[in-house]
Design a protein around this ligand. Structure first.
Ligand code: ME8
Length: 514
């Protein structure tokens, strides 16, 4: 007998040089919603997040803070764990690259690459940007505002000359292009795929994969003068968490290759080029898909510490509530595009879509049931064509919703659900159950049953986005926790089930005076 299908999803591991901000919360949120949906849909999910703690950038940040790197990374990594808890993320594992299991996996991967003749010792002379932890060719650089050279990301670069091990990346260009051709869904969205292929077509050079001028990293096996390049170290986290270098049994055998590495567009090159090349060179399978999402700005401006406009997830959630923020981030901007955060847009979504469209619908229906149906699920009579139309609409959503999750089109998923919610609002106005309460209580019972059932199905499919609020809505419909699953969508509410006293789930946001 085969068990549930595995689904492995990962976030980038975040550098611990900085406090977590809305950009980090965004990537992990997208993964959380996918992980929750897949669990709801019966998959055996493993959802991984964590922190990237080695390298020059972190070492420098620790020095600037006047603490040793270990104490520094312990502290900042904890901030990312706290964020995950605060945002109600449902990860199954949180990895830190300073853990022993990770050192073991990195060294295991290195040895495989060495054994296969994919790494050789040479010396590096070229440009390096500590902020990006990336090597750049002269031709990729431009002049910054003060006349010094900068990377395409705007990061300052420095000239580095040191002995270094190299990975034979130059030999992988054609094989990577052939791999993308054979796996057209490997890089998404399509615009990112074009960016990656044109970078490869420009010619790949061998990649420096070790450093000797600082110590904060994983030692190269057999050559303690070198530590591994932080990106080789960091990318390996995705298999460390599966127990690599053990590959024949355990979690690696179950979950690898990953179904999805979710990343921001800034790090697509590392994930779509270096990572599959390392893996294929080591004789391991590449991941199934990389999705590189867009970039958030704040009221039109780049988010940066120096501009003082970093959006702290805590502040936002304290102001608007957790689930409205979770909803907004994935609803406001077509996933994959860049997006701009604005308080006006946040309040509009919260009041218009959550409080009015969904909150009012549930509140109106549940209060009428409480008042007119003895606080129990009403008994439906025969369905009219209007009743059937609404129920068929709601019940017909799931295949499209599955496809939206698999394509990471979260905004279209939510739009599809909202069309159904709007249809339910049109139905409630047209059927006017408050009038039926005086004229035809049997018909009123049918209408309220159809509406309560509609709300149940909507709450289940919205649960991955707003688990706390949807659980409260499903509690009010007395749906048992283990029935909050896609496979139970067709198990309609049972008439006569007693319901708890209804209460509003989505308050309106009211601007404070002054
Ligand atoms: O790059 N908008 O870590 P990092 C949207 N350690 N997303 C944003 C964002 C913004 N304004 N700012 C950050 C690293 N992000 C490496 C990764 S993985 C093996 C190693 C998100 O702390 C986005 O997902 O710089 C981006 O890719 C990631 O944070 C970068 O996090």
């Amino acid at each position: 007998m085969s068990g549930p299908k595995p689904y492995y999803i990962t976030t980038p591991i975040y550098y611990v040089n900085d406090a977590p901000h809305i950009g980090h919360a965004y990537t992990t949120l997208a993964c959380d919603v996918l992980a929750r949906f897949k669990r709801l849909d019966g998959y055996d999910v493993k959802f991984l997040t964590g922190t990237d703690e080695h390298g020059q950038k972190v070492e420098k940040s620790a020095a600037a803070a006047g603490v040793d790197p270990k104490a520094f990374t312990d502290r900042v990594s904890q901030n990312f764990r706290d964020l995950a808890e605060f945002m109600n993320f449902s990860h199954d594992d949180f990895i830190r690259t300073t853990e022993e299991r990770h050192k073991h996996a990195c060294q295991g991967l290195w040895k495989r690459l060495m054994d296969k003749g994919e790494i050789y010792l040479g010396s590096y002379a070229g440009w390096y940007a500590v902020r990006d932890e990336a090597f750049y060719d002269e031709g990729e650089l431009s002049k910054g505002p003060d006349g010094t050279k900068v990377a395409p990301s705007g990061a300052p670069v420095e000239w580095v000359e040191e002995p270094s091990y190299f990975f034979k990346l130059s030999a992988w260009g054609d094989r990577l292009l052939a791999f993308y051709d054979a796996n057209p869904d490997f890089i998404a969205p399509a615009s990112r795929r074009n960016e990656v292929t044109s970078f490869i077509k420009g010619g790949l050079r061998d990649l420096s994969v070790s450093r000797t001028t600082f110590k904060w990293g994983v030692p190269v096996p057999g050559d303690d003068e070198h530590i591994m390049y932080v990106w080789l170290d960091a990318l390996t986290n995705y298999i460390t968490a599966l127990g690599f270098p053990e590959t024949e049994a355990g979690e690696y055998a179950t979950y690898w290759p990953a179904d999805l590495h979710m990343v921001g567009k800034d790090i697509v090159r590392f994930h779509a080029i270096y990572w599959p090349a390392f893996l294929m060179a080591a004789g391991l399978a590449p991941p199934k898909r990389i999705y590189a999402h867009g970039w958030w700005t704040n009221e039109g401006q780049k988010i940066s510490k120096s501009l003082g406009n970093v959006i702290a997830p805590h502040d936002l959630v304290n102001q608007y509530g957790l689930d409205p923020v979770r909803y907004f981030l994935l609803r406001e901007v077509p996933f994959g595009n860049d997006g701009d955060f604005s308080h006006t847009a946040m309040v509009n979504r919260m009041n218009g879509e959550l409080a009015n469209d969904l909150g009012n619908l549930a509140q109106r229906v549940l209060s009428m049931v409480a008042k007119n149906c003895d606080g129990a699920v009403p008994e439906p009579g025969d369905f009219t064509s209007e009743d059937r139309e609404l129920i068929v609409w709601i019940s017909g959503l799931r295949e499209g919703l599955r496809a939206h999750m698999d394509g990471q089109t979260f905004h279209l998923y939510l739009e599809a659900v909202w069309q159904a919610i709007r249809a339910a609002n049109v139905y409630v106005d047209a059927q006017a159950p408050w009038k039926l309460a005086k004229e035809d209580t049997a018909r009123m019972g049918t209408v309220l049953y159809v509406l309560a059932e509609t709300i149940r199905q909507i709450a289940i499919v919205l649960w991955p986005f707003m688990p706390g609020s949807m659980d409260r809505m499903l509690d009010q419909l007395a749906v048992s926790p283990d029935h909050r699953k896609i496979k139970y969508l067709d198990d309609w509410l049972v008439s006569g089930t007693a319901l708890p006293k209804p209460e509003g789930v989505f308050p309106r946001h009211v601007e404070e005076e002054g």
